[in-house]
Structures are given as C-alpha cells and as structure tokens.
Design a protein around this ligand. Structure first.
Ligand code: GLV
Ligand code: MN
Ligand code: MN
Length: 415
C-alpha cells in the first residue's frame, strides 16, 4: 500500500530528530521534542486534522465529528524516546493513525464520530524518572507530587512546564486547562505499538492484540555514607555508599530471578562527586519493578525494602526512597479489544492476544476510556535499542488493521 511507504518515510524522518548527535534521544519538553512536534503537526494538517498543543507539550490532531454531540475515538502514543532509542517505540502509534485517517479520507469513508490523534510528550520517564507525564497532562491527572519531581539539573516538572507557557504551572491550573473529553463522550483509546518482545516473532504473526499491561513501580534511591580517602581509610572503617548500593542491586536481581514473572531493573546510577581516589559518600539510583499481578509486585517491593534496611544497618548507611511512579496492572477493555481482534482476523487470518510487560500511555488513558492495543512484531524482540525494527510489511499489516478497524467502527456508529 502506498500509505505504508509514506509511514516508513515519516518514521525515518522523525527518527532523525534528536537532542543528541549520532543517536536518537528525545526527552520531555526538549528542543528536539519541539522540532518533532512541529513536523508531526505539519503531517497531521496535511492529513486534514486540526492541530493544537496543550500545556504539557502534547500535540493533538483532531477530526471533528458530524456535530457537537459526536463521540470521540482517541488514537495515539508518545513522541519522546529513551536515550539511544529505536525509531518505532512511540512514533509508530502516532504516525500510523494519521496515515490511516488520510487513507480513509482518500477512500471517501465518512466518520460518524470525531477522532483525536495524540502525540504524547512524555511516556518513557527518562528526564524525571517518572513516566506518563504527557498522558497524565492530557487527562488532567498531574498531581503536585508529579510537578515537584526534579531532573538531573534540579529543574522541576512544574518549572519545565511553566517555562514554555505563561504563569506558574500548578496541578489545579493544569487540570483546569486540560479539559479532556468526558468519559461518556469517548468511544475508546486505541494504541498501536511495537511489541518490544519476542512473542509475535515466535508465533510468526505480524500483529496481535494486548490483553493487559503489567503494573510497574519506579523509585529513586539515595544511599548516604561517608566520603573519605581511598588510600588511607581501612576497609573495616568505611561507610561506602556505592558498595551498599551494589549489594542492593545484586540482591534485587536475585530476588527477581527467583520470582516467576517479576522483572526488576536498576538502569541509572550516579556517584556524587565520584573520583577514583575517593570513597563514595553518596549514591543515587533508579529502580523499576514490574509484574502482571499487582500482589506479586507489592510483595516484592516489601522484600526489597527489608533488604535495603538490612544493608543500610550492616554498613552504617542512611537510605532514602522516593517513589516516582506507581501504576497498577491495567486490563484492556474486552469489547473494544474484541473489535480490534476482528480486524486483525480479517487482515491476518488469526489473532493472538498477549500481555504487555512494557508500560504504555493506555495505562493512564484507561482512567478516561476503554483501552485497546495493537502490537506489531519486533525483530529479535529488541527495543529500547537503536536496532529496534518492525518491517515495512508488518507495519503495512498494522495499517490495514487500523483502517479496517476505524471503517468497522464507522459502520457500527453510523447505524
Ligand atoms: C516504556 O517503554 C516502559 O519502560 O515500559
Ligand atoms: Mn513506548
Ligand atoms: Mn519505551
């Protein structure tokens, strides 16, 4: 399909917009995010959508329905990335719906509902170690605790948002400004995303639907000991914050390995004032813990808490936990997912349903609307890596599923 070639070109072009030379990195409200938003908004306008930006940097392309009482179908994903990212995680779910809507317009399909395609400004949690700032902003769900989170440079979420707008961003003002459609006016939220795992590849299927999204908790932990001279302080008199953190990281890994389905990751660690000849006095690191069952995740977190207490006591360290994110597992909406599965069956012949270990904007949108997700096969199951890849043929299948799905919804709502 010509539309699939258009999608591939757009993904390539967007994948070149980065905050870092030579690799793809776009973080919340960064200069590259501004450029990405400008490009995506141009493509949205060319596809016939009316574009607006909201206070937290989301780009929203809207196709009005036939009248003011029309319901709205939400489609989208995020435009931010991890550091040194692939070009599909996020942008695929923003650009594919734009191409699908242009294709439906070309075919003369009139929609009896409104559509909003949203490019969320933050889903990865790179800058503030807390994800979903974009979708929370869209849904009017940002809290004062979210706004008080600080990045590595000491800038808070609230300050970052205020910088690009007039006045100080408060949770109340952002809630007031957001005004998302009321739940009763929403048909649902549908997100297309690269699978980021190996299940579809193993099943030899291009696409599948998601049954549920695993719950996740993220933390920023600080260990404080005593800095000192690396040459003169005997080992038994040290209070080495990094050695304590290292023991914790190994313990967390061992705990996750023996708990089926649990995944736990320390992805970022910093030694304040670190030098080769200084005993680390203070260490900060992230912790990301996920499981499809909330009870298992909570139990693991309690055990990790006890582990940290024991290590701190044995080593004479102080430790401080800041919870930066906590999301329960989310079940996708059965009826909307069944409709999406019908389109998958029509295009692909069969449909597989899988659980997502990765977080998605649908987690937050589930507070507003029924959520369904379409996963696209991912080469070698690799994601959060520059070699992340979904083939043009698989993206074409996903595009045909989306076109079929919207056309069926149009038939159903047109009656
Ligand atoms: C988002 O990609 C996540 O970390 O799940
Ligand atoms: Mn993603
Ligand atoms: Mn991601």
């Amino acid at each position: 399909m010509k539309a699939a070639r258009q999608l591939a070109r757009w993904l390539d072009e967007l994948g070149r917009i980065s905050d870092e030379r030579g690799r793809l990195t776009r973080t919340f409200l960064s200069p590259a995010m501004g450029r990405a938003n400008a490009l995506v908004s141009r493509w949205m306008r060319e596809a016939g959508l009316a574009v607006r930006f909201d206070a937290v940097g989301n780009v929203i392309g809207r196709l009005d329905g036939p009248d003011a009482r029309s319901k709205t179908l939400l489609l989208g994903s995020h435009l931010d990335t991890v550091r040194n990212a692939g070009k599909f995680d996020g942008p695929l779910g923003v650009l594919l719906p734009v191409v699908a809507l242009a294709e439906l317009r070309r075919r003369g399909v009139a929609l009896p509902f409104a559509v909003e395609v949203i490019g969320f400004s933050e889903e990865e949690g790179v800058r503030f170690a807390s994800a979903y700032l974009g979708s929370k902003g869209y849904a009017g769900l940002l809290t004062t605790a979210d706004l008080n989170l600080r990045d590595a440079g000491g800038v808070s979420v609230g300050e970052a948002i205020s910088h690009g707008s007039r006045g100080t961003a408060t949770a109340a003002k952002l809630r007031e400004a957001a005004r998302p459609p009321r739940s009763r006016d929403l048909i649902g939220y549908v997100e297309v995303h690269i699978e980021q795992g190996p299940v579809l590849e193993q099943a030899k299927l291009a696409v599948g639907v998601v049954s549920a999204i695993a719950g996740q908790s993220r933390f920023r932990l600080t260990w404080s000991g005593m800095a000192g001279h690396a040459g003169t302080t005997p080992m038994n008199l040290r209070r080495d914050a990094l050695a304590g953190a290292a023991e914790f990281v190994s313990g967390v890994e061992a705990l996750a390995r023996r708990t089926p389905g649990l995944v736990a990751t320390v992805g970022l660690i910093e030694v304040s004032g670190g030098a080769a000849n200084v005993i680390p006095g203070e260490v900060t690191h992230t912790l990301d813990v996920r499981h499809a069952r909330d009870a298992v995740r909570r139990d693991a977190l309690m055990r990790m808490g006890r582990l940290a207490t024991r290590i701190a006591r044995n080593r004479g360290l102080e430790r401080h936990w800041l919870r930066t994110q906590d999301n329960a597992a989310v079940a996708c909406a059965p009826a909307l997912t069944a409709q999406l599965a019908r389109s998958v069956e029509a295009v692909q012949g069969s449909c597989l349903s899988l659980v997502s270990g990765a977080g998605h904007d649908g987690v937050v949108l589930s507070a507003l609307a029924p959520v369904a997700m379409l996963f696209v096969r991912c080469r070698d199951g690799l994601s959060h890596h520059p070699a992340e890849h979904a083939s043009p043929a698989d993206c074409d299948v996903a595009l045909r599923v989306m076109v079929d799905f919207i056309a069926r919804m149009a038939q159903q709502h047109g009656r």
